[in-house]
Write a protein that binds this ligand. Structure first.
Ligand SMILES: NC(=O)c1ccc[n+]([C@@H]2O[C@H](COP(=O)([O-])OP(=O)(O)OC[C@H]3O[C@@H](n4cnc5c(N)ncnc54)[C@H](O)[C@@H]3O)[C@@H](O)[C@H]2O)c1
Length: 264
């Protein structure tokens, strides 16, 4: 049996995939969860089943332990089943990471198609609420002394008013508020709740953001970050992996910028 187990949503590509890979390389057994299908209301491709399988196969190829699990974070029952699967497979859950996310925008809020804004709020905010509801009880089922970790991926958009991304900003600010409250609720249980706020990171969601702003390519976003480059998903995953580990026990309810200075 592996030393520590984790469930990661949004695992087919980008930050979620990099996090699966990083945790597995550190000896975690990881349930890699993704919708693995496009959303008909969104005009860009989401992660695919083939990408999700490739993430898991790459882990196995390096001798690590990971399983693919198709579930939509908007579906509380599907997430409960995913958590139950991880517990059954590996005897318990130590870490849950909500990285699944979508973006829509490109117009002021009052001109946005309501179904697109709804998708953004349902996936990016309710999806994290659903994950917490399903996973926190499992983290608490571990015997004391615990080092359970609930983690969510917010965004620099949680604290900045980005024009033409109002629902995205609202959802990410909601995630920040959620982990602050969860951190307070979890108190001295040994389970903590934290979030990270990435800056512009080189993944497909950033390419879609560039398209929404009419920019030629995502690389243009580099100029707004003091480090003057896009972040790599592996750099963001490295911080998530630290927060997932037992050494982050002094942190709870924190929203950690991982943004190359974007929020300065
Ligand atoms: N890339 C950036 O610049 C950036 C910046 C700040 C925050 N973020 C956040 O980081 C997280 C990861 O994004 P990414 O950059 O890796 O983007 P990405 O588009 O590469 O990956 C997102 C993954 O989430 C999955 N997903 C989407 N909807 C889902 C659903 N309903 N259920 C389950 N899975 C679903 C997609 O299939 C995809 O595999 C997101 O929450 C995003 O908002 C990204």
């Amino acid at each position: 049996m592996s030393a520590r187990t984790a469930l990661v949503t949004g695992a087919a590509r980008g930050i979620g995939a990099a996090t699966v890979s990083r945790l597995a390389s550190q000896g975690y057994a990881v349930l890699a969860v993704d919708r693995a299908a496009d959303d008909p209301v969104l005009p860009y491709a989401l992660g695919s089943e083939a990408e999700l399988s490739a993430v898991v196969e790459a882990v196995r190829g390096r001798g690590g332990e990971a399983e693919a699990y198709v579930a939509d974070v908007r579906d509380p029952a599907a997430l409960a089943a995913a958590v139950a699967d991880a517990e059954r497979r590996w005897g318990g859950l130590d870490v849950a990471i909500g990285a699944a996310g979508v973006i829509a925008g490109g117009a002021p809020l009052w001109e946005m198609p309501p179904d697109r804004d709804r998708a953004v709020l349902e996936v990016n905010l309710h999806g994290v609420v659903n994950l917490a509801r399903a996973a926190v009880p499992a983290l608490l089922r571990r015997p004391r002394p615990r080092t359970g970790r609930f983690l969510a991926v917010a965004s620099a958009a949680a604290t900045r008013g980005l024009p033409m991304l109002a629902a995205y900003c609202a959802a990410k600010a909601g995630v920040a508020g959620l982990v602050r409250a969860l951190g307070a609720e979890l108190g001295d249980t040994g389970v903590t709740a934290n979030a990270i706020s990435p800056g512009s990171t080189d993944t497909p969601i950033l390419a879609e953001s560039a398209r929404l702003y009419g920019l030629p390519e995502a690389a243009v976003f580099a100029v707004q970050q003091p480090v003057r480059r896009l972040l790599g998903p592996g750099e963001v995953a490295a911080v998530l992996a630290f927060l997932a580990g037992p050494d982050s026990g002094a942190m709870t309810g924190a929203v950690v910028p991982v943004d190359g200075g974007l929020a300065l």
